[in-house]
Design a protein around this ligand. Sequence first.
Ligand code: SAM
Length: 292
Amino acid sequence: MTANNDETVPARLGPAEVRELAAHLGVNPTKKLGQNFVHDPNTVRKIVRLAGVKAGDHVIEIGPGLGSLTLGLTEAQARVTAIEIDERLAQQLPLTQHMMQPEAQLRVVLTDALELTNEQLIADDRPTVLVANLPYNVSVPILMHLLELIPELQRGLVMVQAEVGYRIAANPGSKEYGAPSVKAAWYGDWSIAGTVSRKIFWPVPGVDSVLVRYERRSEQLGTETERRHTFSLVNAAFAGRRKMIRQSLQAAIPGSSTESVTQLVESVGLRPDHRAESLAIGDYLKIARALV
Ligand code: SAM
């Protein structure tokens, strides 16, 4: 791979560079780590555009891999904190970046994103935008962990498995609506921003992908304690999703009975014979508040 000395030529990773870098590192992409690398500069450009990344934004990227998306973000003059679990990729990324975009502001943290802590972020320079091509098998837990850990995140755009994306962005009553939809809605609004061809990845995955956009709520729905109570009700409701909530919610309310849950749910103006998928995040919060 050659250095980018010509400022008019954008530095991006295409199919040849992606394979060359992987061969150089001895990386055989693994399913376990969801390693499907983007080798299409147009898709990278589209993601950066749809994410609304501006010069000076501090972006957190999960799983930068060989750096296809990272280079697109730094090319847009964002500052990037990249969290990568694979040591070879984490060590190579600053070298690739330096060679192709020497001015870029990039900080790579070698860790499992699921275990990312506040200590690994810089206290007075926290990221406000999330952009990532997430590893598919852990995309929802990673999203939930980040949203909880980094309340400063104002917006984001993530690429995920289509089925997961539709689930995250689903509304109450739809067949995709599940616990991830309700929990995601706690933090803000989610929508599908676009679809992505399988061909833009190497290796080509066996599933389709979509881009999901996130906009943080202008006002937080409730306190951290209320969030935890609400999420435990959501977990119980969807664990028994075929049951009516007067039954399913008992699992989250110690010492409760069908009668007491019926009374509780009616006291906040909801119907005890509804099922998990009929309730919006605000409904679960109402029940949680009535419990304390
Ligand atoms: N962003 C790159 C791209 O678009 O080409 C790579 C995306 S690939 C789908 C997912 C990346 O996430 C891989 O680099 C993989 O090593 C990394 N990864 C997998 N599990 C991770 C985890 N738990 N924490 C951080 N990174 C992880």
